[in-house]
Design a protein around this ligand. Structure first.
Ligand SMILES: *Cc1c(COP(=O)(O)O)cnc(C)c1O
Length: 499
């Protein structure tokens, strides 16, 4: 079950690929490029016939696991079904064929879509303006922290600390550190929610912001959010909303109404645009009035039905990326929001919460539940007990699920739960799928109790089996310390290999 590289499949008998002559008028490349920028020899592209190439890629695609084939309960990531209607809209030639340097007059429709998407997102999360520039949630966090800092500087305040709960996603402290802030951890209480007492002790005039996910990464709603907001604001700090878990309450309640000043949304989670796989995501950031002057420029403005990019924003933090290369994601998200409507969005969230609670109930006899339910749109179980009694870890359960045709849940996150298994079913899965998943978990836990050794050897059916992480870590360390050759990370042509 593996596929050689196209270079390895290459057959000298096939003619090399022929590229058409350049159709651009003007001098030939060889006449304008410096000699050392010109190839001496043609590139060593693989030589394959068109059907061979097609079959090579189709075989590789069949080795992949994807949401279009099966259940993907990856907690915190909201791996929902990506409706095909979104793809149809994104492929419309007027959208798909846009060029970033086109004149504004010729892209009025695209700007109108961006403007309307901004309006829709403002309404969903309860903020005054939204920037569509950030390319992902993490980029949104960083963008928002820059805006918060610029705002505080404009008031003569130099606040240096950002508070982050111990259950937070790793991007939160990373974004804060990257923006030059000191990261201060806030502890969770026994109920899995932020400890107000600990928060109070960490807040000071140095605090710039508290970054919070609600429901938090344990799938629990921060019930004291209004008190938290009041506490944070009373010290002059701001409240940042990590919107990765927005799928829990779209159309039901709004972070803006809970007192959050800045909010990121992951269009590739909540709003059904595909998760990149290395490609583009989208992490729009919404802000309340005080932060509006600091939004990245340009913003999209609409006056009398005419749309423009506004570059004249003296207090703006500037561009956070060069172009809207992920524009297709914006089209997909807007299509989804229109197709669902307000009622549809709130129904989606209710169904997501129902699915998570149903599944939690089905597996609670097999896995430990460190926190009391009910949960919101996801839950965090623990394999701690199985580890101590049977030597079976969360990782073993995740790998065993792969052999039973399920993608693995998120494991070892959040860090506050030992041997964490984080499951997010989403609203797009049927009861039959949730039942089948619960049966697979039951089956694996039974195997863990009777034949743990067999679990350590799974997965057996995937293209790649259990990776030797210890050896990999040792080799990388040896490489970093200059004690070994580089690890083999890419194919090298025979001419590149040291002789
Ligand atoms: C996914 C996620 C992020 C980061 O979002 P990206 O779009 O992956 O950069 C931040 N916080 C939480 C809780 C997340 O689940």
């Amino acid at each position: 079950m593996s596929e050689p590289l196209s270079f390895e499949l290459s057959r000298p008998a096939v003619d090399p690929p022929r590229l058409p002559d350049a159709e651009v008028a003007g001098p030939a490349p060889a006449d304008v490029l410096p000699p050392d920028a010109l190839r001496a020899r043609p590139p060593g592209l693989p030589r394959l016939s068109e059907p061979e190439i097609m079959r090579h890629y189709s075989r590789m695609a069949s080795l992949n696991y994807s949401i279009s084939e099966n259940f993907y309960p990856l907690g915190s990531c909201t791996m929902k079904y990506n409706p095909v209607a979104n793809e149809v809209a994104a492929a419309l030639p007027g959208f798909a064929g846009l060029h970033p340097y086109q004149d504004e007059e010729s892209v009025q429709g695209a700007l109108e879509l961006m403007w309307r998407l901004e309006q829709a997102l403002c309404a969903i999360v309860g903020v005054d303006r939204v920037t569509l520039q950030p390319a992902a949630g993490a980029h949104g966090e960083w963008t928002a922290l820059r805006m918060i800092r610029a705002y505080q500087h404009s008031r003569g305040e130099a606040r240096t600390e950002v508070l982050v709960p111990d259950s937070a996603h790793g991007t939160n402290p990373a974004s804060a550190a990257l923006s030059g802030f000191q990261v201060v951890e806030v502890k969770s209480g026994g109920d899995g929610r932020i400890s107000l007492a600990d928060l109070e002790s960490k807040l000071s005039p140095r605090t710039s912001a508290l970054m919070l996910t609600n429901p938090n990464t344990l799938g629990l709603f921060e019930r004291e959010i209004l008190d938290i907001a009041e506490l944070v604001h009373s010290t002059g700090a701001m409240l940042y909303y990590d919107g990765a878990n927005l799928n829990a309450f779209m159309g039901i309640c709004r972070p803006g109404d809970m007192g959050f000043d800045a909010v990121h949304m992951n269009l590739h989670k909540t709003f059904t645009t595909p998760h990149g796989g290395g490609g583009p995501g989208a992490g729009p950031v919404g802000v309340k009035t005080e932060l509006v002057p600091f939004l990245p420029s340009p913003t999209v403005e609409r006056t009398n039905g005419h749309l423009t990019f506004d570059h004249k924003r003296p207090q703006s933090i500037g561009r956070v990326r060069s172009f809207y290369g992920n524009f297709g994601m914006l089209v997909r998200a807007y299509t989804y929001i229109l197709a669902m409507g307000g009622d549809g969005l709130s129904q989606a969230s209710q169904d997501a919460v129902l699915s998570a609670n149903y599944l939690r109930k089905l597996v609670e006899g097999d896995l430990e539940m460190p926190h009391d339910g009910p949960c919101m749109h996801e839950f965090v179980a623990s394999a701690h007990d199985l580890t101590t009694r049977n030597g079976v870890r969360a990782l073993d359960i995740a790998k065993a699920l792969l052999d039973r045709d399920f993608y693995a849940p998120t494991v070892y996150f959040p860090l506050v739960v030992p041997e964490a298994i984080m499951v997010e079913p989403t609203e797009t899965e049927s009861k039959a799928t949730l039942d089948a998943f619960a049966r697979a978990v039951k089956d694996i836990v039974a195997e863990a109790r009777t034949n743990p050794q067999s679990l350590h050897e799974e997965p057996r059916k995937t293209p790649v089996g259990r990776l030797d992480e210890v050896t990999a870590a040792r080799r990388i360390n040896a490489y970093l310390q200059g004690q070994s050759q580089d690890p083999v990370l890419r194919w090298k042509a025979p001419s590149e290999k040291p002789s």
